[in-house]
Design a protein around this ligand. Structure first.
Ligand SMILES: *Cc1c(COP(=O)(O)O)cnc(C)c1O
Length: 397
């Protein structure tokens, strides 16, 4: 008879197997047991046929992966600890010393920083291209180009590129395309099947931190593909780097994912109303929102997202150049409901002022505006209250 310290650990009771409830079970593990040595030796961590180690997947992480693959219209998904980790995973999987990666100049800033930092340290070069000019991308693809990033809409400046044209350029040259699909979220357009054409990107990365979480409280990322060969390369890199997602966070994502469609549409409706209202304010030189007719790339947005008529909850404004950067800072400081903070997709509206001149490479494309840019992320508050907040801050400015 074993002693209590042992029987408390090796206890014979197991609960009945079938427990059925709205939320899937939460399984936490680093160690996973094998029935015998033969099963241990036969282990294959590369598929979802079984379990080998917590880092390689649990019933809980597999469930979220499958649901995200479905959301984006892909077949395979990997979870990583943040959106930026998803971008890093793609880089690790497909780039080696001597290779080149092409990145749009209006890409998510930390993605460019990864290229100038770690990728450069590894002897991987990068070039920035003008996302609004497929010919510029075409001219910059070389025999060393292994990966092209695309993003729609552009980060902060919200230009909507001709995504199918950019992807066609890469496909003709046999270069892998990876989309940062955080804005579209698998809802505004189908990343692997643009408008039902069967054409799309090779890889879609998604900062689950934003709309899938919806709470402003969880960091996570995903990498979805519909190509088994690309998935294998990603899975190998994922396993060797050790990019696991915490099961507690996965549980939170499984809770919030079912409401993403309702939340996304609600953020979109209010953002569009506020963007339209600001468009009529004399303090504003330009509103940057792809669903607004005079916004850069509007026709591209209409062509790709017209069927869903969805456009997320983000937009930016360029203030008239008669307002100094200090006055625009005062506008931001005067807001009460819009809080100062990075990220987006949560219930609380956020605002960030940016100096686009410092973020862009003038040799790629000239940024045409002189005034200060402010990016808004619209939360789930009432539209009249948010408009009132903007109005009083414009007066304070
Ligand atoms: C936020 C964001 C990321 C990074 O996500 P984190 O989880 O914050 O690392 C990547 N791409 C875009 C477009 C984002 O908005």
């Amino acid at each position: 008879m074993s002693k209590p310290s042992t029987t408390l650990i090796h206890h014979p009771y197991t609960p009945p197997a079938i427990f059925s409830a709205p939320q899937p079970g939460v399984f936490k593990a680093s160690t996973v047991f094998f029935a015998d040595v033969a099963a241990m030796r036969a282990r294959d961590w590369k598929t979802k046929a079984g379990y080998t180690y917590g880092l390689h997947g649990t019933p809980t992480t597999f469930t979220l992966e499958e649901r995200l693959a479905t959301l984006e219209g892909g077949t395979e998904c990997l979870l990583v600890p943040s959106g930026l980790a998803a971008i890093s995973l793609v880089s690790f999987a497909f780039l080696k010393t001597g290779d080149e990666v092409l990145i749009p100049d209006n890409a998510y800033g930390p993605s460019k920083a990864l290229a100038t930092g770690e990728l450069a340290n590894f002897g991987i070069t990068h070039r920035l291209y003008d996302a609004m000019n497929p010919a510029d991308l075409e001219a910059k693809i070389s025999h060393r180009t292994r990966l092209v990033w695309v993003e729609a809409a552009g980060s902060v400046t919200m230009e909507f590129p001709n995504l199918p044209a950019l992807v066609d350029v890469c496909r003709a040259r046999g270069v892998v395309t990876a989309l940062d699909n955080t804005w579209g979220a698998g809802l505004a357009f189908a990343p692997f099947d643009f408008n039902g054409t069967g054409q799309g990107v090779d890889i879609s990365v998604h900062a689950l931190t934003k709309y899938p979480s919806g709470g402003g409280d969880v960091l996570m990322g995903s990498v979805v593909t519909n190509d088994e060969r690309l998935h294998r390369a990603l899975k190998l890199a994922h396993m060797r780097i050790g990019f696991g997602a915490g099961v507690g966070d996965v549980e939170t994502l499984l809770r919030s994912l079912p409401s993403i469609g309702l939340r996304y549409a609600a953020h979109d409706r209010v953002a569009r109303e506020l963007a339209g209202w600001l468009n009529g304010c004399e303090e504003i030189a330009q509103v940057l929102h792809p669903a607004l007719e005079d916004s850069p790339g509007h026709a591209n947005w209409r062509a790709l997202c017209g069927a869903t008529d969805l456009a997320a909850g983000l937009f930016s404004v360029v203030f008239d150049e008669r307002y100094s950067a200090e006055q625009v800072d005062r506008f931001c400081d005067s807001l009460r409901l819009f809080r100062l903070g990075y990220s987006w997709g949560g219930p609380i509206s956020l605002v960030v002022p940016y100096d686009i001149g410092l973020m862009r490479d003038a040799s790629v494309a000239r940024w045409p505006y002189k005034g200060t840019l402010v990016r808004f992320s619209v939360g789930l508050e009432d539209v009249d209250d948010l408009r009132g907040d903007l109005q009083q801050a414009l007066v304070q400015m």
